[in-house]
Design a protein around this ligand. Structure first.
Ligand SMILES: [Zn+2]
Ligand SMILES: [Zn+2]
Length: 126
């Protein structure tokens, strides 16, 4: 993979972030003023296509995180937008479907959406 300076800067911001980041959030954290927002968007899309990054979407905004780094997924509350890091248990499943369909899986992505306990209480769902 070709690693230009811009790609490295963007990846560094994500590696240092504890939570998934949107393009705007990454853009604000970039130390280099020469990188513009559309470059950030484009680079994130490329990384996503290559499987370097995973993403979760909330209110039409994509939040990216590094896929390889201690592989995990996120569960997001649609009420308060809290993100919970969750373990991945998809390995067994992907192994199966790959075999059944003679499919060569490169990576996968998953996000769980719903409402946290507090939000359920606020909405009288409990
Ligand atoms: Zn909530
Ligand atoms: Zn996974």
């Amino acid at each position: 993979m070709r690693m230009t300076k811009q790609r490295k800067l963007i990846l560094d911001v994500l590696k240092k972030s504890h939570m998934p980041q949107s393009a705007e959030m990454i853009y604000e954290k970039l130390p280099d003023d020469n990188v513009n927002l559309s470059t950030v968007y484009r680079t994130l899309d490329t990384f996503y296509g290559e499987g370097v990054l995973s993403k979760s979407t909330m209110k039409n905004t994509s939040y990216f995180y590094v896929s390889s780094q201690d592989h995990h997924h996120y569960m997001i509350c649609l009420g308060c937008q809290t993100m919970y890091e969750i373990e991945c248990h998809l390995d067994h499943l992907t192994e199966h479907v790959a075999k059944d369909h003679h499919f060569k899986i490169t990576h996968h992505d998953m996000t769980v959406y719903g409402y946290c306990e507090t939000c359920q209480k606020n909405m009288n769902l409990l």
